[in-house]
Design a protein around this ligand. Structure first.
Ligand SMILES: [Fe+2]
Ligand SMILES: [Fe+2]
Length: 302
């Protein structure tokens, strides 16, 4: 098996439904519930995605609107599924890299947190297991997790991404229309805050080498660019249901989605996560590169 070299485990398969391991796992999970919640496709409504402002969406039939929402909902849930799946492997790697007993214990508990989160999200995905569709964000995430540089891991994954995940999950919880799923995301918040603050604490205790700094800058520039170009997944959901969109239609949709404002808010949040750390130079360089500036719609479509 090639999984020895695959910390992220994006393609790690699930056990067969009748595998005895599943029963042992269910009993071992903290909340024992194996009653699958009812799955639906509109956990988050059109307003959550700003789709209510988009003309082509407003003019679509009810069936098309619900198909578009089905896709945007599915991609949000799948993204969380993969982030938690990567989290289990990442935290286990950090157990091995720990330099004190306490650090090792913390990471072992964090790996269990992510396993619990993964289980809870899986309950809300319909029968079909998500397949890794070479999403650029997930590919970048999987690549970083393989890094042998602990400073890079701490900064990119725990300071920035876990910090971002914390406010992302808070919003998912607040705006979710399905109370059981809202509760699931709300229940993640304490754990995610601990993951983030552990990362910040350990990062600030570690000297930053020129090599680590260069890798961090390279990865963050790529990650921030994905935020700068706005909600490409919403655009692609519309295109999958309404058919090919011309460049000018895409620009118009992004304008109606108010992309620049929303990306701008997300970029400022990401920037604020880096501020309380000792990585002042990283922040200065990213600022100078304009990495926190959202792109106008015409620069978001190719
Ligand atoms: Fe998590
Ligand atoms: Fe986490």
């Amino acid at each position: 098996m090639t999984n020895i070299y695959n910390i992220a485990g994006l393609d790690l398969p699930h056990a067969a439904p009748d595998n005895r391991l599943r029963r042992i796992l269910t009993a071992a999970l903290p909340n024992h519930s194996d009653n699958s919640p009812q799955q639906q496709s509109d956990y988050w409504d059109a307003k959550f995605f700003n789709l209510h402002q988009v003309q082509i969406f407003q003019q679509a039939s009810i069936a098309e609107q619900s198909a578009i929402l089905g896709l945007t909902n599915r991609s949000l849930l799948e993204e969380s599924y993969f982030i938690e799946k990567v989290g289990v492997g990442y935290m286990a790697k950090m157990v091995l890299l720990a330099e004190t007993v306490e650090e090792r214990m913390l990471y072992a508990m964090f790996s269990a947190d992510e396993a619990t989160h993964l289980n809870q999200i899986t309950n809300f995905l319909s029968e079909s297991e998500p397949t890794n569709s070479n999403d650029p964000f997930l590919s970048l995430l999987a690549e970083v997790v393989e890094s042998a540089d602990k400073t890079v891991l701490l900064f990119v994954l725990q300071v920035v991404l876990e910090g971002w995940g914390l406010s992302h999950y808070r919003r998912l919880a607040k705006e979710c229309r399905h109370p059981a799923l809202a509760e699931v995301f709300a229940s993640f918040l304490h754990a995610e805050a601990r993951h983030h603050s552990t990362g910040t604490t350990l990062f600030n205790q570690t000297p930053l080498s020129a090599d680590s700094q260069a890798t961090i800058l390279d990865v963050l520039a790529k990650f921030l660019f994905m935020v700068q170009v706005g909600p490409q997944n919403v655009l692609s959901a519309i295109e999958q249901i309404k058919g090919h969109l011309t460049r000018s239609q895409k620009i118009q949709i992004l304008e109606q989605l108010d992309t620049e404002t929303h990306s701008g808010t997300r970029l400022q949040l990401l920037r604020s996560l880096m501020q309380p750390t000792s990585a002042k130079t990283i922040l200065q360089i990213l600022d100078a590169q304009g990495a926190f500036a959202p792109l106008p719609p015409h620069q978001c479509v190719y």
